[in-house]
Design a protein around this ligand. Sequence first.
Ligand SMILES: [Zn+2]
Length: 68
Amino acid sequence: MSNCPFCAQENASQATVCCSCARDMVVPSSLLAERDDLIHKRDKALGELMKAKLELEAARRAKKLRYV
Ligand SMILES: [Zn+2]
């Protein structure tokens, strides 16, 4: 048995495609590392986007208070 790197579903050892999520089971570890790196970068970017939105919202609110 081998576990799917994406959904952890158990598959036959010789399976090349996951029987549960249908993704490729045979993925080079370099690609998995790259994927983890991309996920990490995406999370960081989302965090920065969220922060920027909050700052923009705060700035808008401050502007309204000043000019109304
Ligand atoms: Zn899977």
